[in-house]
Design a protein around this ligand. Structure first.
Ligand code: MG
Length: 246
């Protein structure tokens, strides 16, 4: 792993990276220790901590309440900068509703599929019914057809999602890096899934540190074994860079 530096800006995926994966997204829990870790990191980095997740900002805030972090939700379709200002993708969320209804009804006919409407994107989870993976991907692809190239179908770990085209975790990180307090710092991005590859490539290009959590091919330059190892590594950074005042 790269030597710790004080001038890092942290971009953190949640599920499978900072948090252990559970059977359903609702079952994922967050403890005081994770909240405490992020709050101390934010203080030690001059505020340069952003959560970059497929979850909606609403769900991210519920998880971390009462803390509120800079965050990109729904793979960059929505973003809240460090000043609290919200940025939304121009694609109207309402255009997704009819399509979302079709995917929802598909899920209701197939026990084990979990449908999630996040507002600007929708997800179909098949962790509880992995044998339905191909059918789930096909159903979302088909439902998306009327929207043409305005939307993208995106696979992830045990999930297939439909989101506005032209936003991803990489573009979200790029936006943060143009704003205070991130600008001028070295970006460090931790992620675990195929959707995080966009972020890894941007961070590599910006001369930062890309860290893949878990197994699998990746553009990331560094690797940590699992979320526990990721938390321990961030904790070690705090230990080294968080105590003395800058
Ligand atoms: Mg993840």
């Amino acid at each position: 792993m790269p030597p710790f530096q004080r001038d890092w800006a942290f971009f953190l995926d949640l599920d499978g990276t900072l948090l252990d994966i559970a059977a359903t997204p609702e079952a994922v829990g967050i403890g005081l220790s994770e909240k405490n870790l992020l709050e101390r990191m934010r203080a030690a980095s001059g505020g340069a901590v952003a959560l970059v997740s497929g979850r909606s900002l609403t769900r991210i805030d519920e998880l971390f309440a009462p803390l509120v972090f800079a965050a990109a939700g729904q793979h960059g379709a929505e973003r809240r900068d460090a000043q609290g200002k919200r940025h939304r993708h121009r694609f109207p969320a309402s255009a997704l509703r009819p399509v979302a209804g079709g995917i929802r009804s598909f899920a209701s006919r197939h026990p084990g599929l979990v449908f999630e409407d996040k507002g600007a994107s929708v997800a179909l989870h098949y962790r509880l019914a992995p044998q339905l993976a191909a059918a789930a991907h096909e159903a979302v692809r088909e439902a998306a057809e009327p929207l043409g190239d305005q939307v993208e179908v995106q696979g992830g770990k045990m999930v297939v999602e439909l989101k506005p085209a032209g936003c991803d975790k990489g573009s979200a990180i790029e936006s943060f890096m143009q704003e205070p307090p991130f600008a001028g710092r070295v970006p460090v991005f931790l992620g675990d899934d195929v959707t995080d590859e966009y972020g890894f490539r941007v961070v590599n290009r910006l001369g930062g540190h890309s860290v893949k959590v878990g197994e699998g091919a990746s553009a990331a330059r560094w690797r940590l074994e699992n979320p526990a190892a990721a938390r321990a590594w961030l904790d070690a950074w705090l230990e080294k860079c968080g105590s003395a005042s800058t």
